[in-house]
Write a protein that binds this ligand. Sequence first.
Ligand code: HEM
Ligand code: SF4
Length: 552
Amino acid sequence: MYIYDNYDQRIVDERVAQFKEQTERYLAGGLTEEQFLPLRLQNGLYVQRYAPMLRVAVPYGLLSSTQVRKLAHIARTYDKGYAHISTRTNVQYNWPELKDVPEILAELASVQMHAIQTSGNCIRNTTTDQFAGVTPNELVDARPYCEIIRQWSTFHPEFAFLPRKFKIAVNSHLSDDRSATMLHDIGIKIVKNDQGEIGFAVYVGGGLGRTPIVASLVKEFLPEKDLLTYLDAVLRVYNLNGRRDNKYKARIKILVKALGVEAFAEKVDAEWQHLKDGPGTLTQEEIDRIKGHFTAPDYEKLTASNSLKEQLAENKAFSNWYKRNVSEHKIEGYAIVTLTLKKLGTPPGDITDKQLDVVADLADRYSFGEVRNTHEQNIVLADVKQDELFALWQEAKAAGFATPNLGLLTDMICCPGGDFCALANAKSIPVAEALQAKFDDLDYLHDLGEIDLNISGCMNACGHHHIGHIGILGVDKKGEEFYQVSLGGDSGPDATIGKILGPSFAREQMPEVIEKVLAIYVDQRIEGERFIDTYRRVGHSIFKERVYAKSN
Ligand code: HEM
Ligand code: SF4
């Protein structure tokens, strides 16, 4: 993984000292609320319903076991004993005290972590596939490009005060997309041209929230060396033309829509002419330097495991877990393991200090001391020997994160909603819990197959409800909490925004409504068809009619 050099460490340490002083001045009354606001946002600090929320940056989701132990220590010492994995693969703390935040940041800096640019109108954490570098089905490892973007974007003087926040994702998978790339301000798909050269297809103007939009292609093939100059050009066009008069119309997606994608792409190209081949051009040396941080760990020469075959045949629970939560690795004899944070009774993405310590230990013993956070709010151990899967499974099970439901209905994305978030229209965690409780039969879940169910507590869409195959949105009706259901959303390469089913429902109706939706799918599906494929084939209206039918 990327290790800070002296320069990286110095800027992070300086920022810690600066924020400590700013917080002290604020607490002593020397800075007003208004003056303190941009300062705290630049350091990942929101003020929430009950306490501040601190968002810690986890570049492209990658963490060392030392960093995970530090996160556990922070959860234990400064929070209520847990942390939360977010859909941008960051870590959030919901209960720190403001006076402790400078100390937390100092603790983070001691393990090369920080909260810089995790909020505010700047370029946020760049995300990618959690299987990058280890899946057999990718063009190249996307992480070095994410790191290049991270170094370019952190403290970029021109883009510190953009019209709104700005999110970038990079995907290199040949057929899948695990980081919702098409729903980003800039989505970068790594591609190869006819000459066999690596480059990027650049998509701009995706995003969720109030106006959900799938990104549009603005550059079919951008050569590798031009990555940063082209991104500079896109950001400049946005910085100059993005709306600052209306917060809700400020994202780049609104600009792309207003101008039309061709006119937008022309503007970017015109801007790019000043920058192309300039000092921002990537040299091969620089690309190689960054790639040097992502070399393969010390893999042993292994063959496919025989003991694994026996263990799978003998133990049904283990084989269920293996089928769902273990993925193919590019190196023979190894496997990728996803630890699911979706246990019944636990808010999706929540992890306790004790569990974080267990994750760190497991990473040390089974996976070269590294873990990865996922967009779906789980944790990955990327390099596990097949021979050791059984032992790992037993330990993971004891710690509560081996529920064999990866990609199934109960592996849902859910934002904190009204339980913690001041912006919520409705609670979302109790809905997640009610659904987890209702659909706790694993055989039924396995039979249903892959379904993305996403829940947000308001239209800001932190829970990505628009792109759930089934989406649930909390809405407020005259002070009462209701829930709107949408169907057909998808975050993959064919990204689609879900369509609203109809009038919203009361909270206690939700399990029954979802049950009806699933029954219609089971009734309509043909052999081997996923929920989303059936929905696309049979159409929206049959779901609408049957869910709202009086006789139901
Ligand atoms: C309680 C603290 C939180 C607050 C105050 C908050 C606030 C917001 C706001 C205001 C937006 C809308 C941005 C816009 O208009 O473009 C947003 C979007 C978003 N939030 Fe949160 N959020 C919180 C927690 C979370 C959590 C826990 C997650 C992860 C599970 C998350 C992930 C996201 C994502 C991915 C979006 C993106 C929507 C897009 O792509 O445009 N947020 N959040
Ligand atoms: S979707 Fe709304 S309720 Fe949920 S975390 Fe985001 S802002 Fe809060």
